[in-house]
Design a binder for this molecule. Structure first.
Ligand code: PDD
Length: 286
C-alpha cells in the first residue's frame, strides 16, 4: 500500500509530494517539527505536542497556517487513510519558499510549508523496551536553544553515528560534565535511594512531553523524583537509567560507556514506570 502524505493542504501518494529547492527548511533548516505516537489508531498526548509546536513557532516567528484543531484533523485523516494502528505521525513546518537564498526572514506573504507523514512501527512491543539499550557519552555540540524543536538535527545524527560505531544504541550528550539529554530523548537515572532524577527544564534540553507525563505519573504513584542536573559519574554509579520519548515511551539503559548500569539488566523502577505509562497510554487510546 502506497503511503499517503500531507503537503500544504493536499493528501497525495508519497512520491508525488515535492518541496522546492528554495524552501527555507531545505536551505537553512528554518523549520520546526513534532512527532506524536499512535496507538490503536489514535494519537497519544497530542495536545502537548501541538502546544509545544505552537511555542516553537512563537519563538521563531513562524506562522502556523492551520489552527491546532485543523492540524489534529489532518493527523487523524492521515492515520485513517494509511490505516495506521501503531507508530507515529511526523509533522514539519518550514518558513516556506522565498524563490531564492536570502538569510533574513521573508516579508509577509510567503506561505509556510506544512508536511505530515505516518510511520508504522512497534511502540508497545519494541524489543529494546525489554532488552534495554547501551549508550555512550559524547560532548553536546548543539546550539543554545534546544527547547525549540527545530529540524537542524545534524549534531544528533552525528551522535547516533558515533554511538553505532562504538557498538552502542544511542548517546548521552554532555555539557560541563553534566548530561543534558539523549540524541532524541530525555535522559533519566535512578539513585541508590530509588529517586528518579532528570534534568530540569531550561533552554539546554527539549521539554519532553513524555518526560512531563512521567513526572506526573511518578507523583501520583508516590515514586520520588528530583529535577536536577546529574553528572556522567553519577550516571555510571546509578542503580538504573532510562530514556524517554514519544516513540520509545521508556527504554531502559543497561550500559553507559561500556560499564553496566546496576546489574546490567533493566531495573525494577524503570520497568514499573514503563508499565504505568503503557497502562495510561492504552487507556487513553482505547
Ligand atoms: N524526539 N529530547 C530531544 C532532543 C528529542 O528530540 C526528543 C524527541 C525528546 C523527547 O521528547 P518527547 O517526549 O516530547 O518525544 C527529548 C523525537 C521523538 C524525534 O526527534 O523523533
Amino acid at each position: 500500500m502506497t503511503r499517503i502524505v500531507y503537503i500544504n493542504g493536499d493528501l497525495v501518494p508519497e512520491h508525488e509530494a515535492k518541496v522546492s529547492i528554495f524552501d527555507r527548511g531545505f536551505l537553512f533548516a528554518d523549520a520546526v517539527y513534532e512527532v506524536s505516537a499512535v496507538l490503536n489508531g489514535k494519537l497519544l498526548e497530542n495536545a502537548g505536542h501541538i502546544a509545544r509546536l505552537v511555542r516553537s513557532c512563537r519563538e521563531l516567528k513562524l506562522t502556523l497556517p492551520v489552527t491546532p484543531a485543523q492540524l489534529e484533523a489532518i493527523q487523524q485523516e492521515l492515520i485513517a487513510v494509511n490505516q495506521l494502528k501503531e507508530g507515529a505521525v511526523y509533522l514539519q513546518l518550514s518558513r516556506g519558499n522565498t524563490g531564492d537564498r536570502e538569510f533574513e526572514f521573508p516579508a509577509a506573504g510567503v506561505t509556510p510549508t506544512l508536511v505530515l507523514f505516518t510511520q508504522a512501527r512497534p511502540v508497545i512491543d519494541h524489543p529494546k523496551a525489554l532488552t534495554g539499550i547501551k549508550v555512550v557519552t559524547l560532548e553536546d555540540i548543539r546550539w543554545r536553544r534546544r527547547d525549540i524543536k527545530v529540524v537542524g538535527l545534524l549534531a544528533p545524527c552525528l551522535a547516533k553515528e558515533y554511538a553505532h560505531a562504538q557498538g552502542a544504541d544511542d548517546a548521552f550528550l554532555v555539557e560541563h560534565g553534566l548530561i543534558t539529554e539523549g540524541s532524541a530523548c530525555n535522559a533519566w537515572i535512578v539513585t541508590a535511594q530509588g529517586t528518579l532524577v532528570t534534568r530540569p527544564l531550561s533552554n539546554d534540553i527539549l521539554h519532553g512531553i513524555t518526560r512531563q507525563s512521567l513526572l506526573e505519573l511518578a507523583k501520583r504513584h508516590d515514586i520520588p523524583f528530583e529535577e536536577r542536573a546529574f553528572s556522567v559519574e553519577e550516571a555510571y554509579d546509578a542503580r538504573e537509567a532510562f530514556i524517554s520519548s514519544a516513540t520509545t515511551f521508556i527504554w531502559p539503559v543497561v550500559q553507559i560507556d561500556g560499564r553496566a548500569v546496576g546489574d546490567g539488566t533493566p531495573g525494577p523502577i524503570t520497568r514499573a514506570l514503563r508499565g504505568i505509562y503503557v497502562q495510561m497510554a492504552l487507556r487513553a487510546t482505547a
